[in-house]
Design a protein around this ligand. Structure first.
Ligand SMILES: C[S@@+](CC[C@H](N)C(=O)[O-])C[C@H]1O[C@@H](n2cnc3c(N)ncnc32)[C@H](O)[C@@H]1O
Length: 266
C-alpha cells in the first residue's frame, strides 16, 4: 500500500503548510483554472449567517480566506482563527488586519484549546481530511459548541482532479500518479455526513460541482508542482517541458465536487 503523505504529520506541518507562499501559489493556479462553481468562502459565510449570533471559530483557517469572508459578512463579536501552522496564522493575521474582535489561536483540531460550549458557530473547511480519525475532531467541535450551535464542515470528492493525475501518469512524469491516495481519503464528499453525525445532528448536505480548465502545460505544472501527491522531478518549468514533449501543450479540463455539511449540537 502506498503511504498517504496527506496524513503524515511532518508532511502536513512542513511541506504542505509550513510556507504561506506555496499555498498561495497553489490556490492562485487553481483559481485561474476555475470555470464554474461557487466560491467556498462565500457559501460558508452565507450558511453561517443563518446560524446563531455569537463567537465564531474557523478551524484549520490556513491563510484566513474563509475567516475573512466570515469577518466581512457576520462581523461577529468574537472570531477565532485556529490552525496548527504558525506561518499560515501569521498570513491570516496580516490579511485580517483592521477587523475587530479577531483572535488567532495555534493548536491541533484533535484537542481544541477552547472551553466547553464556548462557540455559536464552528467552521472547518478543507482541513479535516488531514486527520486519520476525523471523528475525533468532530467530537471536539461538538464539545466546543453551545447546544443549538452550528457547525459547517467542507470537503471535496475523493475523485477530485482525477484527469490531472491521469495526465501526470501518461506523460511519464510519475507513472503511479493515478494510484496514489487521494488528499480526501479519510474525509470526503461521500463519508463526511456520516462522520459528522457521530457527534452532531446533520441538518443540510450541499454538493457543488466545480469545473476547471488549465490553459496549457505551464499552468498544469504550476499547480501539480505544489502537491505531494505526485513525485515530480525538477522545477515547474522542467515539468511543463516534459508535458509539452509527451502529451503536448493543450488545455486540461477536470472537476471536483465541494460538499458542505451543516449540523447542530443536540
Ligand atoms: C487546505 S488548508 C485550508 C485552509 C482554509 N480552511 C481554507 O478554506 O482556505 C488546510 C489547513 O489545515 C491545517 N491543519 C492540518 N492539520 C491540522 C491539525 N491537526 N490541527 C489544526 N490545523 C490543521 C493546515 O495547517 C492548513 O492550514
Amino acid at each position: 500500500m502506498i503511504a498517504n503523505p496527506f496524513l503524515d504529520p511532518d508532511c502536513i506541518r512542513d511541506a504542505l503548510y509550513g510556507d504561506a507562499a506555496r499555498i498561495a501559489q497553489r490556490t492562485s493556479a487553481l483559481r485561474r483554472a476555475k470555470i464554474s462553481g461557487r466560491h467556498p468562502a462565500t457559501v460558508i459565510a452565507d450558511l453561517a449567517s443563518a446560524g446563531p449570533r455569537g463567537t465564531v471559530v474557523d478551524i484549520g483557517c490556513g491563510r484566513g480566506t474563509s475567516t475573512l469572508a466570515l469577518a466581512r459578512r457576520l462581523a461577529p463579536p468574537r472570531l477565532i482563527a485556529f490552525d496548527q501552522s504558525a506561518a499560515l496564522l501569521a498570513d491570516a493575521e496580516h490579511r485580517l488586519a483592521g477587523h475587530a474582535g479577531v483572535e488567532f489561536l495555534q493548536g491541533d483540531f484533535h484537542a481544541i484549546g477552547l472551553a466547553d460550549a464556548s462557540a455559536m458557530v464552528i467552521v472547518a473547511a478543507f482541513c479535516l481530511y488531514h486527520s486519520p480519525h476525523p471523528a475525533t475532531a468532530i467530537a471536539e467541535i461538538a464539545r466546543c459548541l453551545v447546544p443549538g450551535g452550528m457547525s459547517i464542515t467542507v470537503t471535496k470528492s475523493a475523485d477530485s482532479y482525477q484527469t490531472l493525475s491521469e495526465v501526470i501518469a501518461t506523460s511519464g512524469l510519475d507513472l503511479d500518479a493515478g494510484n496514489r491516495p487521494s488528499l480526501y481519503e479519510t474525509f470526503h464528499s461521500d463519508n463526511q455526513a456520516d462522520i459528522v453525525a457521530t457527534s452532531l445532528h446533520v441538518q443540510q448536505v450541499i454538493h457543488d460541482e466545480h469545473h476547471f480548465r488549465f490553459a496549457d502545460a505551464d499552468h498544469i505544472a504550476a499547480y501539480a508542482a505544489t502537491t505531494p501527491r505526485f513525485q515530480l522531478p525538477g522545477t515547474p518549468a522542467e515539468i511543463a517541458g516534459q508535458l509539452k514533449t509527451t502529451i503536448g501543450n493543450g488545455p486540461l479540463e477536470t472537476t471536483s465536487t465541494v460538499t458542505y455539511v451543516v449540523a447542530t449540537r443536540p
